[in-house]
Design a protein around this ligand. Structure first.
Ligand SMILES: C[S@@+](CC[C@H](N)C(=O)[O-])C[C@H]1O[C@@H](n2cnc3c(N)ncnc32)[C@H](O)[C@@H]1O
Length: 203
């Protein structure tokens, strides 16, 4: 299957939710926004198979591959084709998600493409809705500008508390015992990784 490298998330085509809803059934939910091959979630499912691992992904072909793999392995991973900045609220009731991962969002380096970046106030609004009070948001990037953008978005939003202190990166590494594909690649090629950890404040 040929997988597109990038898609423009602002296309009208993505406005309406057309994905397959995750099987929410009372298990604690961990959510990765922009999961690609969902390596991170497959590994999380090995660490703790009692939870449900939902990956949001705008490239539909990838969600098909992830779901096929999850079924064949019999693991609780489910990829949902959607535009995360628009559809998290459609998928999850308020406060129903335990933890959110934003691993290595696309950098969209060209200035005219900055509007395609995934972490913005719209995404923060969607996450603030879905995450339970006290639940974590973990952001990672190997691109300084993207890490700063994410910090600016979440630190400016009173619904999120920066666990390391205001406007401070998380310096204790990835505490979840698994790595995303991009994270593994960055570490193996010696790229720096900036991380930020937030907690959803009580309303
Ligand atoms: C650089 S990849 C990182 C994949 C994975 N998280 C990792 O760390 O290996 C970013 C992923 O986010 C997806 N993506 C970008 N914008 C999105 C959006 N608005 N909604 C859902 N997924 C998005 C892209 O298609 C891509 O697969």
């Amino acid at each position: 299957m040929r997988i597109r490298q990038h898609v423009n998330p602002n296309q009208l085509h993505f406005t309406r939710f057309r994905g397959e809803r995750p099987p929410l059934d009372g298990r604690l939910v961990e959510l990765e926004v922009g999961c690609a091959d969902a390596q991170f979630l497959f590994e999380r499912a090995t660490v703790d198979p009692s939870r449900l691992y939902v990956g949001l992904e705008i490239r539909e072909d990838l969600t098909i591959l992830v779901n096929k793999r999850a079924r064949s392995l019999g693991v609780p991973v489910h990829a949902v084709f959607c535009q995360a900045q628009l559809h998290v609220k459609e998928l999850f009731t308020a406060g129903s998600v335990e933890r959110v991962y934003v691993n290595f969002p696309d950098p969209w380096f060209k200035r005219r493409h900055h509007e395609r970046r995934m972490v913005d106030d719209a995404l923060a609004e969607q996450i603030a809705h879905a995450l339970r009070p006290g639940g974590e948001v973990f952001v990672q990037s190997d691109v300084w500008e993207i890490a700063l953008d994410a910090m600016s978005t979440f630190d400016s939003d009173a619904r999120f508390e920066n666990v390391a202190g205001e406007w401070t990166f998380w310096k204790q590494g990835n505490p979840y015992g698994v790595r995303s594909w991009r994270e593994q690649n960055a570490e193996e090629t010696g790229l720096p990784v900036w991380r930020i950890m937030y907690r959803r404040a009580m309303d």
